[in-house]
Design a protein around this ligand. Structure first.
Ligand SMILES: C[S@@+](CC[C@H](N)C(=O)[O-])C[C@H]1O[C@@H](n2cnc3c(N)ncnc32)[C@H](O)[C@@H]1O
Length: 229
C-alpha cells in the first residue's frame, strides 16, 4: 500500500493538510534541538517515508554542527518510499544512512541511539507496546523518542469540522489522486483506531520511559509525544 502511494505521497501530504504538515514536523525538530546540537548525537528517523522529517532534522543538525560527520539513520520498510527519501537527501546535500527495516524489530544493539524521531509512522506499527519497548531498548540513557502522530480534536465545533473532513473529504480526495483504492480510507480508519493521547503516554511509560510529555498541535489534529529514557 505504501509503495503504491509513494509517487504522489508528498503532493497529497501538502494538499490534504493545507501545508500544515510542514509546521508539524518543524515543531518536532524544534523540541528536539538540544539533541541535534549535541556533539556526536546518534539520530534516527524511523518510518521515514519520502524523507521530509529526515530532511528537516538533517538541515537543523547541519546548521548547528556543520562539521558533524555522523550521518542520520533513515529507515523505512517500503523501498519506493526509501528511494524517494534518498533522492531528496542527496539533492539537499545531507548525509544519511538508509536502511530498509521494520521499525518494530531493528537489527541494532541496545542503547545505540540518542534520538529516535517518527512522524506519522507509529500508528501503522502492528503492536504499539512492543514497538515502544524496542525504542526504549535502542535509546541510550537520557535519549529521547519523539513521535508525531495524528490525533482527534475534542473541541465541539473544530472536532465536528475535522470529523466531516477526515471521514468524507480526505479519503475521497486521497484515494482519487493517489490512484490507490484504499490507502486514504486506511488512513482515516487507522487514526480512528489509534489510542487517545493519555493512553499513548501510559504505554510509553509502561515501556520504560522515565518521563513523557505531549503537545497538542492545531487544536488536537496532531499530537507530539516526547518520551525520555
Ligand atoms: C504515513 S507515512 C509517514 C512518512 C514520513 N515519516 C512523513 O512524515 O511523511 C508512514 C510510513 O511508515 C512506514 N512504515 C509503516 N510500518 C512500518 C514498519 N513496521 N517499519 C518501517 N516502516 C514502516 C511506511 O512505509 C510509510 O513510509
Amino acid at each position: 500500500m505504501f509503495g503504491r502511494i509513494a509517487p504522489r505521497y508528498d503532493l497529497l501530504n501538502h494538499l490534504l493538510s493545507g501545508q500544515i504538515d510542514r509546521y508539524w514536523r518543524w515543531r518536532l525538530v524544534r523540541e528536539v534541538r538540544p539533541y541535534l546540537r549535541m556533539r556526536g548525537a546518534r539520530v534516527a528517523d524511523f518510518c521515514c517515508g519520502t524523507g521530509d522529517l529526515a530532511l528537516a532534522l538533517g538541515r537543523e543538525r547541519l546548521r548547528n554542527r556543520p562539521s558533524e560527520g555522523l550521518p542520520l539513520l533513515t529507515t523505512d520498510f517500503c523501498r519506493p518510499m526509501l528511494q524517494r527519501a534518498q533522492q531528496k537527501m542527496h539533492r539537499a546535500g545531507l548525509a544519511c544512512m538508509l536502511a530498509e527495516a521494520d521499525a518494530s524489530r531493528m537489527p541494532l544493539p541496545d542503547s545505540c541511539l540518542d534520538l529516535i524521531a517518527i512522524a506519522y509512522g507509529f500508528r501503522n506499527l502492528a503492536n504499539y507496546r512492543s514497538a515502544a519497548r524496542e525504542f526504549a531498548r535502542l535509546l541510550a540513557p537520557e535519549g529521547c523518542l519523539a513521535i508525531l502522530e495524528f490525533s482527534r480534536p475534542t473541541a465541539h465545533v473544530w472536532g465536528g469540522l475535522f470529523e466531516v473532513y477526515f471521514r468524507h473529504v480526505l479519503p475521497r480526495l486521497g484515494n482519487a489522486i493517489s490512484g490507490s483504492g484504499g490507502a486514504y480510507s486506511y488512513l482515516q480508519e487507522s487514526v480512528r483506531r489509534f489510542p487517545a493521547p493519555e493512553e499513548v503516554c501510559d504505554l510509553l511509560v509502561e515501556a520504560g520511559f522515565a518521563r513523557v510529555e505531549t503537545r497538542s498541535l492545531t487544536g488536537g489534529v496532531s499530537a507530539l509525544y516526547l518520551a525520555y529514557r
